[in-house]
Ligand binder design. Sequence first.
Ligand SMILES: Cc1ncc(COP(=O)(O)O)c(C=O)c1O
Length: 420
Amino acid sequence: MDYFKSKYFTYGLENSLYCDNISVQEIIKKTGTPVYIYSKNFFEDRYKEFTQAFREVKHKVFYSVKANFNLNVIKTFYDLGSGIDVNSEGEFYRAYKAGVDPKKMLMTGVGKTSDEIRLAIEKDMMIKAESSEEIELINEIAAKMKKKARIAVRVNPNVNPQTHPYISTGLSQNKFGSDIEEASGIFKDYEKFNNISFTGIDMHIGSQITSVEPFIEAVDKLSEFYFKVKAYGVKIEHFDVGGGIGVAHNSEKSFSISEYAEALIPKLKKLDCEVFFEPGRFLTANGGILVTKVLYNKKNNFKKFIIVDAAMNDLLRPSIYSAYHHIQPVEISKTDKDIVADIVGPVCESGDFFAKDRTITETASGKYLAIMSSGAYGMVMSSNYNARRRPAEVMVDGDKFNIIRSRETFDHLLYDEKII
Ligand SMILES: Cc1ncc(COP(=O)(O)O)c(C=O)c1O
């Protein structure tokens, strides 16, 4: 089988997988499995690559913490100068605890509660509003607080991002944003909202988008809209392109960040305002792996199964999006031979799988596998289903590593639950 190509996850001299300068075996001796392992170097390099690609335009990056909200991951990007995109009070709380200044946060979300709106206004966060009703409510709450809320309007440009339907957000059939007609009405009436200052136009058309075209189409549509809004007399200070950049999980084709930048820069330069980006997956996905132990091999006259100690509750993406994750052994040898098998977890669901009919190195009980590209939408989507404790998380920083979240204890499973 082929191994995932990454300079952050490589096989060392003894044919054992390393994350940067640390052997995965050394980590799992301490933490056990399943465990998420992240490369801090990857996160830093990816962030720098992004900002470097857009150096010609005045821009700000807001790391979208929904991709990976571990405090240390948030802090890594914040320390590099990133702002933070939060989608709930809970994400705000995490970013705040990581030391982020609320003024450097964006509050996003299609269904913000009054509490979330109040919090955003109180902390002077930029709010991305998604409908006329929400804007009425923001105005009302801000008036009661005798404050002015800073708002960007999220516009749904009705562009097909050509991604999995569950992570498409820029089509009219998706619940996100206001369509251009509604958004026009909002901006035309901007003076009627005494407690709102309209400062931005925003979009986010989907996630894991692997071609530049949908971004080009959406930016073109919203640029036209931007000039229309300016003609109404609104002082737009920023244009937010959102996130959504896809990453390669194997040898599939995606685009490079320089191709993305080359396509968008000429369009963004025409706008006389600052540009915001909200990448999540791009900055984190290929910076993490989930390491799991093989429990059993079994076969029937139809199939082979490799049963591992991680499950859908630890990494949900294959089950809900049929997402591809490359899976490879932690220890390799010249005598390895390939088999075709399903790699599955211990949860009582046939949807509990990491790969189906996958060509993979033959393995045995007690050996370890690495599920690659698990740094985004991995731990954040984990649950306690089947009363399983969530895995530990480790961050490797060059030649040292830290456990940045321990495996949950059985007490976590019973949090505040009482027999009455
Ligand atoms: C509003 C918003 N911004 C940014 C992102 C990050 O997207 P991605 O991880 O694909 O870059 C998301 C993800 O769904 C989002 O909803």
